[in-house]
Design a protein around this ligand. Structure first.
Ligand SMILES: NC(=O)C1=CN([C@@H]2O[C@H](COP(=O)(O)OP(=O)(O)OC[C@H]3O[C@@H](n4cnc5c(N)ncnc54)[C@H](O)[C@@H]3O)[C@@H](O)[C@H]2O)C=CC1
Ligand SMILES: O=C(O)C(=O)Cc1ccc(O)cc1
Length: 309
């Protein structure tokens, strides 16, 4: 039994993140009842087959009725339509949160529709994989991972504390920051790496017509790591690009400048410059490893199996 329990939790969207949350709610006994809603009938049926909740409905309005906690886990571009659908049906005093990878846009899409008698607290668990859909979720995904809240100033502290306890029960560490800062930080640490991966795999694919199957045949682990990220959900990442446009463009422009500088060093044989950069970046990796933040996907898959059912 956990140190927090809700009478009813509504999960809107039951892909990788929604289903991982569902597994943990069940495993940890965090809700007396879990109601699941998602747009596609096929996904909803699959959620039921996987026994991810107690009730299933195609209507998000129906799902949120009487729920104390509502967690929206849909691609960020669908946030406004979900907010519009659920707004009039929310229970007074309910906490409404989301898990979207971008925050300023989600707030702009959802906040205007939220009634004044509910607590809207945007959130973002920094945990995931390249997989999507209800079969991709697993218990323990959020263990040891950060969850960032970006509440609007003046949000009720008790509601924030309740949501914090929820994520801490799932094993996460919670931080708060303003949405614009979140979007800039995530642009460099998450969004840009995905874009670089999509781009390099696309370039290799274009070259494949020249080299035939060599790209796949000789792909070393470095390239394979990129293919994992580049296999991430196209809808989700299209939405991230469109909804964190300014921060991503800013980081892409910094990245392109630095890449041009590296290109120049290679062209002019400036070994010292190349060596200095590679030495600096190696130290960063070492400090991440020392801080215990180097858990990659296979590892946290293993952690997930460690959690007690
Ligand atoms: N995949 C990842 O590693 C992470 C994703 N996120 C964020 O979590 C959110 C969900 O991502 P995933 O679970 O990976 O995606 P997913 O593709 O696995 O699942 C998305 C779910 O949303 C549903 N959906 C789509 N449009 C909808 C609508 N208009 N109304 C109701 N349901 C709708 C789909 O049917 C599906 O159940 C996204 O906002 C993403 O940015 C956050 C952290 C990590
Ligand atoms: O699969 C990976 O390596 C990820 O980086 C997962 C991820 C994707 C999107 C997020 O907003 C947070 C985490």
């Amino acid at each position: 039994m956990s140190n927090i329990q809700f009478d009813r939790i509504a999960l809107i969207g039951i892909g990788l993140i929604g289903s991982s949350i569902a597994h943990d709610i069940k495993r940890l006994g965090i809700a007396k009842e879990v109601v699941i809603s998602t747009r596609s009938a096929e996904t909803l049926k699959r959620a039921e087959e996987l026994k991810l909740g107690d009730r299933y409905t195609p209507s998000s309005a129906e799902a949120v009725k009487g729920a104390d906690l509502v967690i929206v886990s849909v691609p960020v571009g669908a946030s406004e339509s979900v907010a519009k659908e659920i707004a009039a049906h929310l229970k007074p005093g309910a906490i409404v949160t989301d898990v979207g990878s971008t925050k300023a846009s989600v707030i702009a899409q959802m906040q205007p529709h939220m009634p004044s008698n509910v607590y809207f607290i945007p959130g973002h668990p920094l945990a995931g994989t390249e997989k999507s859909g209800p079969d991709a979720g697993f218990p323990g995904l959020f263990k040891g991972r950060w969850c960032i809240f970006t509440p609007v100033p003046g949000t009720d502290e008790t509601a924030i504390k309740t949501l914090r306890t929820f994520w801490e029960t799932l094993g996460s560490r919670v931080d708060e920051m303003d949405p614009e800062h979140h979007d800039k930080v995530l642009a460099i640490v998450s969004h840009l790496p995905h874009l670089i991966a999509y781009n390099i795999v696309g370039t290799a694919d274009d070259l494949e017509t020249v080299t035939e199957s060599e790209v796949i045949k000789y792909s070393a682990s470095g390239f394979r790591d990129f293919t994992r990220l580049a296999a991430s959900d196209p809808t989700m990442w299209r939405d991230v690009c469109l909804h964190n446009r300014d921060a991503i463009l800013e980081m892409l422009s910094r990245f392109s400048e630095d890449l041009a500088s590296l290109q120049r060093a290679i062209r002019w044989g400036d070994g010292d410059k190349i060596f200095e950069l590679f030495t600096r970046t190696r130290a960063i990796r070492r400090s991440i490893v020392e801080a215990g933040q180097d858990v990659d996907v296979p590892d946290f898959g293993r952690h997930a199996l460690d959690v007690k059912e």
